[in-house]
Design a protein around this ligand. Structure first.
Ligand code: HEM
Length: 383
């Protein structure tokens, strides 16, 4: 099964460094980019000049397959929708059973390969786990998980194969329409029901808005955690002392996750469209220009982080831009961190003596310039 488009770039960091040092704001083809920590933060805070309309259905890109969602909204419309969806995504709102269900999901996936003493954690765990947790918290039948996974993968192809992305988007809408309608009449207490019930001063979400938001969650919520988990596991498998430290002291999982988010940010960039001519970093960007905001590059900025190329779980983590910044800061950050912690705890509890499989055809490499994650995680272990 293909797990999304493969983007072979192994090391964007040398180029990022050159951008930050030589041309912090610049242009390639028709797109501008912003690269340093300071200027990326400035642009993300100035949502009046740097609009998120680039992520709406009116522009080529993710809005084409999500529909109109908060990532493509601005101003009051964004605020209204953020207030509607954020409470529904809070781990506490997901109910006491959320953490146990996530753990059960992780355990069921591990059960499938535990006896073998070997696995490829990318297709066997990191990819399936966040999507399976979503199937559960959306209250969808387990037997629909396969279709749901396939359409989710189709969505991620929007940049490389727009037709496939649109097909996935249409299939998801067709599948979800009757589900949402049914849950309006027969509430079952899951995330879809909480989105139906969400109310800000009498404003509620329509079925179309809920379905678009669910499409956003599949990519923005599951694909991100998938890559985060892969990157963390890759780091642990590459550093046996760190693996031992974290296995024996699970309080280190939180700083480990934050450092991984900074060091190999799963979402390397986001996009904006200028609303007017704007000067930033000494460069004038004309009105209505597409701008790439290079989060992964900003997270390696030596002016913001001492020795940014060193993976150090003891550094002050508060500053990372991996979840964005400003009004579009990730609405599922806590959700993702808790979900990833549960998944990692399950793997560390159940699999001993974890190591890369020495007989794998090629070494595992973290790759990508859009989403970043490992090519494979072929491992051996004992139970
Ligand atoms: C765990 C890894 C994750 C990473 C690295 C990540 C990263 C991001 C980033 C960079 C943004 C800002 C996009 C922008 O400014 O254009 C964002 C927004 C968002 N994320 Fe996440 N995310 C993660 C997990 C999740 C999860 C688990 C959920 C849902 C359960 C989620 C839901 C959202 C939503 C709804 C937004 C839109 C917020 C807005 O536009 O106001 N994310 N995320």
């Amino acid at each position: 099964m293909s797990l999304g488009p493969i983007d072979p770039v192994e090391n964007p960091y040398d180029i990022y460094k050159a951008l930050r040092e030589d041309n912090p704001v610049g242009k390639f083809a028709n797109n501008y980019y912003i690269s340093t920590f300071e200027l990326v933060s400035e642009a993300l805070l100035d949502d009046e000049a740097f609009s998120s309309k680039s992520n709406s259905p009116d522009y080529p890109g993710i809005g084409m397959v999500f529909g109109q969602t908060i990532v493509g909204m601005n101003g009051k419309e964004h605020l209204k929708h953020k207030n509607l969806v954020t409470p529904a995504l809070r781990p506490r709102a997901l109910g006491a059973g959320f953490q146990q269900n996530a753990r059960n999901t992780a355990d069921r996936l591990i059960d499938k390969f535990a006896e073998n003493g070997s696995a490829n954690l990318v297709p066997d765990f990191t990819f399936l786990y966040p999507l399976s947790v979503f199937v559960q918290i959306l209250g969808l039948p387990e037997e629909d998980a396969g279709d749901f996974h396939r359409w989710g993968i189709d969505l991620t192809h929007v940049a490389t194969d727009p037709e496939r992305g649109l097909r996935g988007s249409a299939c998801l809408a067709e599948y979800l329409e009757p589900v949402v309608k049914d849950k309006r009449s027969n509430p079952t207490g899951d995330l879809i029901c909480r989105l139906i019930e969400a109310d800000v001063m009498g404003e509620k979400m329509t079925d179309v808005e809920i379905i678009s938001f669910l499409r956003l969650l599949i990519t923005g919520g599951a694909d991100t955690t998938y890559h985060l988990l892969g990157n963390v596991l890759h780091t642990l498998l590459s550093d046996s002392a760190l693996l031992e430290l974290v296995t024996n002291d699970r309080s280190k999982l939180e700083p480990l996750l934050w450092e991984s988010l900074r060091w190999e940010s799963p979402v390397q960039f986001t996009s904006r469209q200028t609303n007017r001519e704007i000067e930033i970093g000494g460069v004038t960007i004309p009105d209505d220009s597409p701008v790439f905001i290079l989060l992964g590059c900003a997270n390696r900025d030596e002016k913001a982080f001492a020795q940014p190329e060193v993976f150090d779980i003891n550094r002050d983590q508060g500053k990372s831009l991996a979840f964005g910044y400003g009004r579009h800061y990730c609405a599922g950050a806590d959700f993702g961190l808790i979900e990833a912690t549960i998944g990692l705890n399950a793997l560390l509890d159940r699999l001993q003596d974890l190591r890369f499989d020495p007989s794998a055809d090629e070494a595992s490499k973290i790759r990508g310039v859009a989403f970043r994650g490992p090519s494979h995680l072929k491992i051996q272990f004992t139970i």
